[in-house]
Design a protein around this ligand. Structure first.
Ligand SMILES: [Ca+2]
Length: 130
């Protein structure tokens, strides 16, 4: 069980729910795919929300993380994004990224994350399709 103060890529951060996307998977298993367009290190972490508790489901991203698609079972999820202000450095801190949630024409949902101030929200993205 993940809890506040023990979240993020190093399991040592507070995760602000207001900076996260919420995904409700109602019926069947869906597919989540990931893309990135950033120079800095990026991560997306999916937490399942159940009874107010968070369970770490998947972590995707750059530098040692894979970007392979995953199946997502019915349930409620917190979709969180994280970055470092460097391409990769173990000593640099992780920073939580702002999210933008977009419903696409094909009814898929994209959670886009922003690592600076250009507000393209494509530094790393997670797209869910039922
Ligand atoms: Ca950006």
């Amino acid at each position: 069980m993940a809890r506040q103060g023990h979240m993020g890529p190093d399991d040592n951060m507070y995760c602000s729910p207001s900076m996260c996307g919420i995904l409700n998977v109602t019926n069947n298993v869906g597919r989540m795919t990931f893309e990135k367009d950033a120079a800095w290190e990026q991560a997306v972490i999916l937490y399942r929300i159940e009874n107010g508790q968070y369970t770490h489901v998947a972590e995707k991203g750059t530098y040692g993380r894979d970007m392979d698609p995953i199946d997502v079972s019915p349930g409620k999820y917190l979709v969180s994004g994280w970055h470092k202000e460097v391409d990769h450095s173990a000593s640099k801190p992780w920073i939580q990224s702002y999210v933008q949630t977009t419903v696409n024409d094909d009814a898929s949902i994209t959670f886009g994350f922003e690592d600076t101030f250009d507000n393209d929200f494509n530094d790393i993205t997670a797209t869910f399709k039922q």
